[in-house]
Design a protein around this ligand. Structure first.
Ligand code: AMP
Length: 397
């Protein structure tokens, strides 16, 4: 019986995909279409250790989807595809879990686009092109926001007029939910506890970064808000600022709202602080060589992260483990060391050797025996999307 799920993560100029067997959890084919909309659009396929690149003459998302279909047929994999799972960034308050896609769901995702104008339209483009290229296959939407729908009002409300919440959906939604769901499940397994009995703070640290308080597998609070700009210091995003900065910069730099938004999203964070790079690895190399700007940027990043981890424990009432994931969380022993040292008062004590070992795909515990554990866990959002998709398709049989 066919058991593979094609996972699609569609952005405005890129389309990432993976073919995952949900029984063996093996990923057979992966790839990335890039520069969509430009003259030099191309698609890369990776299969059994080999790599093939094709140019996409039409340069469209539809052309990329068509190339994926062609590749699946050429490799004899097409018949193994049972369904398609799509990453969708914003599901608003409507979607509290993954769902089968139909016309009504598409309309609701369109409606949520006002909350994620950069992401949802691109995700929808992926859904429409997949429906055209794979008309017979069931399709499922998996939302970044759904995990956080269990947050209580006290965590998701901003202290602004309630009419803004009622009439415009102004509240905190949170993102990276698919990763949090996967990582908290893995952490429970690693600790040998039922997920229902766990209290975790998880830090998903990539180019975009957030942290979440997770109690019994349910999201209780998180650092990102209405948009992915709130919270931690990120590659190019500022994270939390004084909202008064908007008015101040409007006066000082004569910037309009779009100008300040752009500055906070694209020129801030590690890049803005270091004036060197948004890339954590490059900054670490520079910091090790003694560059003071890189040291300062990483210092602000670690301090703000430790402060937020401590704050998130308020939502839990206790702390069973701190979890690190994402490109930085899975690899940066430098930042993890600084964060754990700042969290000593919460009962965390670093095991320096274990911390050095947990890089490049090596998961594990990086604290000493007797410490509140800190675990490094490799996230796998694609697998989570595939498992959700398979479960929903199975349910409908
Ligand atoms: P992601 O968005 O999850 O792919 O994460 C990207 C971030 O992970 C970038 O800031 C990278 O510099 C960082 N990263 C990847 N590998 C390493 C590494 N070995 N050491 C430090 N940071 C890393």
């Amino acid at each position: 019986m066919s058991s593979s799920i094609l996972v699609i993560n569609c952005g405005s100029s890129s389309l990432k995909f993976a073919l995952i067997d949900t029984v063996t959890q093996h990923t057979s084919l992966t790839g990335l279409a890039e520069k969509l909309g430009l003259a030099d659009a191309q698609i890369t396929f990776k299969y059994q250790g080999g790599k093939a690149v094709q140019t996409l003459a039409a340069g469209t998302h539809a052309a990329a989807m068509h190339a994926i279909l062609g590749q699946l047929q050429e490799l004899g994999l097409f018949d193994s595809v049972r369904a398609i799972g799509h990453r969708v960034v914003h599901g608003g308050e409507r979607f509290k879990a993954s769902t089968r896609i139909d016309d009504e769901v598409i309309a609701a995702i369109e409606d949520c686009a006002r909350l994620a104008p950069l992401h949802n339209p691109a995700n929808l483009l992926g859904i429409h092109t997949a429906l055209e290229s794979f008309p017979g296959l069931p399709q499922v939407a998996v939302f970044d926001t759904a995990f956080h729908q269990s947050m209580p009002e006290r965590a998701y409300l901003y202290a602004v007029p309630m009419a803004l919440y009622r009439e415009h959906g102004v509240r905190r939604y949170g993102f990276h939910g698919t990763s949090y769901r996967f990582v908290s499940g893995e952490a429970a397994r690693m600790l040998g506890k039922p997920l229902e009995d766990t209290a975790f703070v998880c830090a998903h640290l990539g180019n975009g970064a957030s942290a979440a308080a997770i109690l019994g597998g349910q999201g209780m609070d998180t650092t990102m808000g209405l948009t992915p700009l709130e919270g931690l210091v990120m590659g190019t995003r500022s994270g939390d600022i004084d909202p008064g900065l908007f008015g101040y910069l409007a006066g000082a730099l004569k910037l309009d709202v779009n100008g300040v938004t752009e500055l906070l999203n694209k020129q801030s964070g590690l890049l803005g602080l270091s004036e060197l790079s948004s890339d954590c690895r490059e900054l670490e190399d520079a910091a090790q060589a003694g560059n003071p700007s890189a040291i300062l940027a990483l210092e602000v990043f670690s301090y703000r992260l430790a402060k937020q981890i401590a704050a998130l424990t308020v939502a839990l009432g206790r702390l069973d483990a701190v979890l690190f994931t994402g490109g930085i969380g899975e690899n940066s022993s430098y930042l993890r060391e600084r964060v754990i040292k700042l969290l000593g008062f919460l009962g965390l004590q670093l095991d320096a050797d274990a911390n050095q070992r947990c890089i490049r795909g090596q998961a594990g515990c990086i604290t000493t025996d007797g410490s509140v554990p800190a675990l490094v866990i490799n996230t796998n959002e694609e697998l989570m999307i595939a498992l959700d998709t398979a479960a929903l398709v199975e349910q409908a049989r």
